[in-house]
Write a protein of this length. Structure first.
Length: 133
């Protein structure tokens, strides 16, 4: 009987503790409207793959009740521990495919595909002699 009371108290404490993380996550939840955000939710990166242009900043938002981190497989970028409700941002300066994981939960993985983002209508500086005519 005593054991079941302790289990009930422990379950209630865990439920209460889980609720304490919710207010911290609410501001992050509002930020997920950002098309360059990658929420960490239910021990997953959502979405697991994102395509962006060079120069884009991606922000990972921890919506879980436990800490995560973001570590590029090639070590291009590495976050510190991202606590519940906190964020980490990284600006991708070069094109390529960047696979990453949560080093704390190795079942969490994702990919950022960075395209050149260049446009054929971009202004090109004139070369010497181009103005002669």
């Amino acid at each position: 009987m005593q054991r079941s009371k302790r289990l009930a108290c422990a379950a209630a404490s865990l439920a209460l503790a889980g609720g304490l993380f919710l207010p911290a996550a609410l501001p992050a939840l509002a930020q997920t409207a950002d098309p360059n955000a990658v929420p960490m939710q239910n021990n997953s990166f959502v979405p697991p793959e994102k395509t962006i242009a060079t120069g884009t900043t991606v922000t990972w938002i921890n919506l879980d009740g436990e800490a995560h981190d973001v570590l590029a497989n090639d070590l291009t970028f590495q976050s510190p521990q991202i606590d519940p409700g906190a964020t980490f941002s990284y600006t991708f300066a070069t094109p390529g495919t960047f696979s990453y994981v949560c080093d704390l939960h190795n079942n969490m993985n994702g990919v950022i595909v960075v395209t050149d983002g260049g446009s054929s209508t971009a202004a090109v500086p004139p070369t010497e002699g181009a103005a002669a005519g």
